[in-house]
Write a protein that binds this ligand. Structure first.
Ligand SMILES: [Zn+2]
Length: 489
């Protein structure tokens, strides 16, 4: 500072020269460096993020015309705004502002991002009491997924099962990903299930009969635990009475099960045959055999000491020996025809009686005696015979009487000839038919076929039902009740 003072004292003339020079330089600088321009200033941020679901409010901008060296002397301008922001679709948008004045113009842009930061929500269904038995696979209880933008995403969930958990993952359209994990709870809270595979919880057996104590226990975790079952009680089949058995078993996690069974041991009802015939008599009859199921049928009948009637053919000659067994075991062996061929036997009376006689020869050879009992193929009311010979059924039935032969139709049909192939249905048909006959005060003559396994399989149940309901079984005899259907040809 001290050094400058002497210079100022002698500078008057210099200023006279210097001032115009400086003014000229300033004017030149203003002309050179000053610029006219249009400028746009955004209100708010250059980049705006808006969460999907909210609305976007544009804050606008200001536009000016001014000179760069004297910006405070500006002029405000109108501007146009191009705003294509779609709030309903997440994405990146640009808002453009434009202004112009004379031949000058400017443009400014603002970035607007409609963003979806919200991931989908996965909801698991689970039973708070539920669990997976040890050693079992987890059974899916259900899940759903929804998203603020995509809506229901349940179908898009990726499910991965691991040993101890299940992972569920889903992403929305904008890549937001959600994963939830379900822990699998393994436990064992259920005792073994005790069942009677061949029998029932309540059974009947006749004095002197054989009762099988069959049972099975299966645990959901331990598997077959039949060997661990403890049975309390026993059944004495030599003495009539009611016997209760209790079966108990525990699994390895201490869950125990108990089940009871009631066995009635009853005196065996008498099967007296024709002598005791009444509305409670059941005549089981079997047509068309013998065949592959006949021996099995005979063993069922023997088990219950039930006598039955066989209207036989020689359609399966390899089984002809069964006729001998039938006779030996006290059943009635009667004629159905040798061939069971409608076209042949109903073509003429001669054919019929020739065929009949050949079968009776087979019966005599097997059993030692001829039969005077028979059943017409199709029954006496069949109309198929019309195709071969008009009126033949009327003539055959009269000729039978003249020959001293007795024919038997039936009044209970099992439906096994075509109505059903279901054992349970055969059983239902038969017992319904028997009950109807009994109500009408007549014995039941039941039609079954020992060439149909599903029909033979119903016999034991039919016998049990009959015996338990006060019926008795008998084989047809020449004097037995013989239902006759109405002859239609
Ligand atoms: Zn037949």
């Amino acid at each position: 500072m001290k050094k400058r003072k002497p210079k100022r004292k002698g500078s008057g003339r210099i200023w006279l020269i210097l001032i115009p020079v400086l003014l000229a330089a300033a004017a030149a600088g203003f002309l050179i460096f000053n610029r006219h321009e249009v400028r746009i200033e955004l209100n708010g941020e250059e980049t705006v993020d808006v969460e999907y679901g909210n609305s976007y409010q544009d804050e606008g901008a200001e536009a000016y015309y001014h000179e760069t060296l004297i910006p405070f002397l500006h002029k405000e301008l109108e501007l146009t705004t191009e705003n294509n922001v779609n709030e309903k679709v997440p994405g990146h948008y640009t808002v453009t502002y434009r202004a112009s004045f004379r031949n000058l113009s400017a443009e400014a842009k603002r970035k607007v991002n409609i963003v979806d930061p919200e991931p989908p929500v996965i909801t698991l269904v689970s039973d708070p009491e539920g669990y997976t038995p040890f050693g079992h696979k987890y059974e899916e209880e259900g899940y759903s997924a929804s998203d603020n933008y995509d809506g229901d995403l349940s179908d898009k969930v990726q499910r991965t099962a691991y040993k101890d958990c299940v992972k569920y993952t889903v992403s929305d359209t904008y890549g937001n990903k959600t994963t939830v994990t379900r822990e699998i709870i393994y436990d064992d809270r259920r005792g073994p299930e005790i069942t009677f595979p061949q029998g029932e919880a309540e059974e009947t057996v006749f004095v002197g009969g054989t009762w099988y104590n069959d049972y099975q226990a299966v645990d959901d975790v331990d598997g077959d635990v039949t060997a661990s079952v403890k049975v309390d009680g026993s059944v004495d089949t030599s003495s009539a009475g009611d016997y209760t058995l209790t079966y108990t078993v525990s699994d390895e996690h201490g869950n125990s099960s108990e089940i009871s069974r009631l066995v009635h041991v009853k005196e065996r009802p008498a099967n007296n045959g024709a002598a005791g015939e009444d509305s409670k008599t059941i005549y089981l009859t079997f047509d068309d055999g013998p065949y592959a199921y006949t021996e099995e049928l005979l063993s069922i009948l023997a088990k219950y000491n039930v006598k039955a009637t066989f209207f036989t053919t020689s359609a399966y000659p390899a089984y002809a020996y069964c006729m001998a067994l039938e006779a030996q075991q006290g059943h009635t062996v009667a004629v159905h025809t040798e061939t069971h061929n409608y076209a042949y036997v109903y073509a003429s009376e001669d054919n019929y009686w020739a065929d009949f006689s050949r079968q009776n020869e087979v019966i005599a050879a097997q059993t030692g005696s001829y039969s005077n009992m028979f059943r017409f193929p199709g029954g006496s009311s069949n109309t198929v015979s019309m195709n071969y010979n008009s009126g033949i059924m009327s003539r055959l039935s009269q000729q039978a009487a003249a020959r001293g032969l007795i024919y038997f139709d039936w009044n209970v049909s099992s439906g096994d000839a075509g109505g059903t192939t279901d054992t349970e249905q055969v059983y239902q048909n038969v017992i319904a038919g028997i009950q109807a006959c009994s109500r009408s005060g007549v014995p039941s003559v039941v039609l079954q076929h020992d060439v149909k396994s599903y029909s033979v399989n119903a016999v034991e149940k039919i016998i049990n039902w009959g015996l338990e309901n006060g019926y008795h079984f008998a084989a047809l005899q020449p004097g037995s009740y013989a239902p006759h259907q109405n002859i239609a040809n």
